[in-house]
Design a protein around this ligand. Structure first.
Ligand SMILES: [Zn+2]
Length: 576
C-alpha cells in the first residue's frame, strides 16, 4: 500500500517534553466552519487533486475528533459543570452535521471511477469501511441522530445522579460496588436492595428513554431502507466481515459450553458456603475469603502499575510514565463524575486518556489493565497514516484491552500483594466466563428488541426475563421483585448508548483467552504477538487482525473448545 501522499502530522513527543492533557486543545467548530471545511475538500476534488483533498480532510477530521473527544471527556469528568454540559450539548448537535459532511465526501470519493487508485492510497479495508458508513446516513435522519444523542446524554445524567445511602455512606452507582461484593452477606443484600430501589424509582424514566431510543433508531433504519434497526446497527458498528447469523452461532457456543461450566462453578460455591440458595447478591462474592482487593489507595496502585509495566516491557513502562506525568489518568471517583470507565484518544496529538472510577475493589485492577490495553493500542498505532486506521472496529479494540487484563497475571501480585495473586487470577477468570454469558444474553436481548420495535416496556421486560432464564438458569433474585421482573438490563449503559456493542466483549474475550493460554507456555512470544497486534491498529478488519495474530476466530466452530477447557481445568482442577 502506498501512503506516500499523506504528510506526517503527529506532534513528536520527545523524552524531554511531556505533553499534558491540559495542553490539548482544538478550535470549537460551528455549523459554518464545518460547511467551510467541506467546501475546501470539494474544491480540491473539483480541481482533481485527490491526494491533497485526502490529506486536508484527514487533518480536519483529526481536529474535529480531538475537539469532540475533549467535550465528551470534560462532561464525563463533571456532569454538573455548566460549561462542560454546554460543550457536550454542542457536540451532540454538531455530531450529525459532521457525519453528514463526512458521508458526502465519502460518497464522492467512492463514486470516483478510479477505485484502484483510492484503494492504493487508503487501503482496501478503509474503502470497505466507508462503504458501510455511507449506508448509515442521509440528511433526512440528521435530526433523529441528534435526538438519539440527546437521549444518550439523558441516560448518563440520570444514572450519574444516583446518590445512594448505605451503611452511613453516600455513594454513586460505582461506589456501591464494595458493598455489593462485601464478605458479609447481609451487607451484600442491603447493597442489592439499594441498587434495585434506585432502578425501581427511576424505572419508568429509564423505560421511557429506551422506548424513545428504539423508536428513533427504528425510524432511522426505515428511512435508510433497512428492514429493521439490527441491520443498520451492524453497519454502524462497521461489521464488514460477519453478520447476525455468525453472531447467533457464537452465542450458541457460549450457551453450550460456558453456561454449563459457570452453573457448575456457582453450584460448587453454593455447596461450599453451605447456602440453601445462591442469590443474586451472592454472585459478586467470587472468593470465599473475600474478593482480593488492590493493595493501598489510588496512588499506590499507580506506583505499582509503573513497576509492573517496566517489568513487562521497557516501551510499555515509558508509555505509562508519560501518561501519568501528563495527567492522562483520571481514575479517582468524584461525586459529579459520570460512572464507568473508558479510554479515548486525541488524534491531533496521538495521546490517549483513561477515565475510571476507582472504588477500592478488584474492579479497579480490571478497569486499569483493561483501559491501559486500549491506551497502548492507540499509542502503538498513532503514526499510521490515516485517522480511519488509528483504531480498529470495537470487536478488535476489546482484544487489546481484555488480553492485557490477562497478560498482566504474572505481575498482578504487585498490585494486590503476592499472597493474593492466585486468588485474583481465579476470580478474574471466572469474571471472564460471566462476561461471555452476560454479553451473549445482552446481545440476544437487543436482537429481540429491534426485531419487535413496537413491544411495550412490560413486554421488553418479559423478553429479558425469558432470555435470562435460559442464559443464567441459576439466577435467583429472592425478594428483589423489581429486578426479578426482567429489568436489570436497564443497568447496562451499552444498550442505551451503543446498541449491539455488547457482543464485541464476548468476541474479544475468546481471543484474549487465547493470549492467556499462549502466555502460560510462552509469555514473551504472547506479549510480542500482542504488541504487534496493537501496532496494527485499525489497518485491517476484525477477522484479518485475529488471523494475523495467530488466533482462532470466534466464528469458527469449536472456537471456545480450548479456552473453556483450560478455564475449567484452572477453576475446577485448581491448576492456575
Ligand atoms: Zn474496552
Amino acid at each position: 500500500m502506498n501512503y506516500a501522499t499523506n504528510s506526517k502530522r503527529i506532534i513528536p513527543l520527545s523524552q524531554s517534553q511531556t505533553l499534558h492533557l491540559a495542553d490539548i486543545s482544538a478550535p470549537t467548530p460551528t455549523i459554518e466552519s464545518l460547511a467551510a471545511d467541506r467546501a475546501t475538500i470539494e474544491s480540491l476534488l473539483d480541481q482533481g487533486d485527490r491526494p491533497a483533498a485526502l490529506a486536508a480532510w484527514d487533518r480536519q477530521r483529526r481536529a474535529y475528533a480531538t475537539w469532540s473527544q475533549l467535550a465528551f471527556l470534560r462532561f464525563q469528568q463533571d456532569t454538573e459543570d455548566q460549561h462542560a454540559v454546554a460543550m457536550r450539548a454542542l457536540a451532540d448537535e454538531l455530531g450529525p452535521v459532521a457525519i453528514g459532511h463526512d458521508s458526502a465526501i465519502k460518497r464522492r470519493l467512492l463514486a470516483d471511477p478510479d477505485r484502484a487508485g483510492l484503494e492504493a492510497a487508503m487501503g482496501a479495508h478503509i474503502v470497505r469501511l466507508w462503504q458501510a458508513d455511507i449506508t448509515t446516513f442521509n440528511d433526512r435522519i440528521a435530526a433523529r441522530l441528534e435526538e438519539e444523542n440527546r437521549l444518550a446524554a439523558a441516560y448518563t445524567a440520570l444514572t450519574s445522579s444516583a446518590r445512594l445511602e448505605i451503611d452511613g455512606h453516600i455513594v454513586n452507582l460505582s461506589g456501591l460496588q464494595p458493598f455489593s461484593e462485601h464478605l458479609d452477606r447481609a451487607t451484600r443484600y442491603r447493597a442489592a436492595h439499594v441498587a434495585s430501589a434506585f432502578y425501581e424509582e427511576n424505572g419508568a424514566a429509564l423505560d421511557d428513554i429506551f422506548d424513545q431510543m428504539v423508536r428513533v433508531r427504528t425510524a432511522m433504519a426505515r428511512e435508510l431502507g433497512y428492514p429493521s434497526f439490527t441491520e443498520l446497527g451492524y453497519q454502524r458498528m462497521r461489521r464488514t466481515d460477519y453478520d447476525a447469523a455468525d453472531v447467533a452461532r457464537y452465542r450458541d457456543q457460549i450457551l453450550a459450553q460456558v453456561v454449563p461450566l459457570l452453573a457448575r462453578l456457582l453450584e460448587a460455591r453454593r455447596a461450599d458456603q453451605g447456602w440453601d440458595i445462591l442469590y443474586v447478591w451472592d454472585e459478586p462474592l467470587m472468593d470465599p475469603l473475600g474478593n482480593p482487593a488492590p493493595r493501598g489507595d489510588h496512588d499506590q496502585l499507580v506506583e505499582a502499575g509503573q513497576i509492573m509495566f517496566d517489568r513487562m516491557d521497557p516501551g510499555m513502562g515509558a508509555f505509562f510514565r508519560r501518561m501519568n506525568e501528563g495527567g492522562f489518568l483520571d481514575l479517582k471517583t468524584r461525586p459529579t463524575k459520570a460512572p464507568g470507565g473508558f479510554c479515548e484518544t486525541f488524534p491531533t496529538v496521538g495521546m490517549p486518556v483513561i477515565f475510571a472510577n476507582f472504588n477500592g475493589t478488584h474492579q479497579d485492577i480490571g478497569v486499569f489493565t483493561h483501559e491501559m490495553g486500549h491506551a497502548l493500542q492507540f499509542f502503538a498505532s498513532r503514526n499510521l497514516p490515516w485517522i480511519d486506521m488509528l483504531s480498529p472496529t470495537i470487536d478488535a479494540c476489546e482484544i487489546h484491552s481484555m488480553a492485557l487484563e490477562m497478560l498482566t497475571y504474572p505481575h498482578i501480585g504487585l498490585l494486590l500483594g503476592q499472597d493474593m495473586a492466585q486468588r485474583f487470577q481465579r476470580m478474574h477468570l471466572e469474571t471472564c466466563l460471566h462476561l461471555l454469558v452476560g454479553c451473549a444474553l445482552g446481545d440476544h436481548f437487543q436482537h429481540e428488541i429491534y426485531a419487535n420495535p413496537d413491544a411495550s416496556p412490560a413486554e421488553r421486560h418479559a423478553i429479558y426475563r425469558a432470555l435470562e432464564q435460559r442464559y443464567m438458569p441459576w439466577r435467583n433474585y429472592g425478594d428483589l421483585a423489581y429486578a426479578a421482573a426482567g429489568t436489570t438490563w436497564q443497568q447496562v449503559l451499552h444498550f442505551y448508548e451503543v446498541p449491539f456493542y455488547y457482543i464485541d466483549y464476548a468476541l474479544a474475550c475468546c481471543c484474549a483467552m487465547q493470549f492467556w493460554v499462549k502466555a502460560k507456555s510462552d509469555p514473551q512470544a504472547a506479549l510480542a504477538d500482542y504488541l504487534a497486534l496493537c501496532a496494527r491498529g485499525g489497518s485491517a478488519s476484525f477477522s484479518d487482525l485475529v488471523a494475523s495474530a495467530g488466533l482462532v476466530s470466534p466464528f469458527s466452530s469449536g472456537a471456545l473448545d480450548a479456552v473453556v477447557q483450560q478455564a475449567a481445568a484452572a477453576l475446577e482442577g485448581n491448576s492456575i
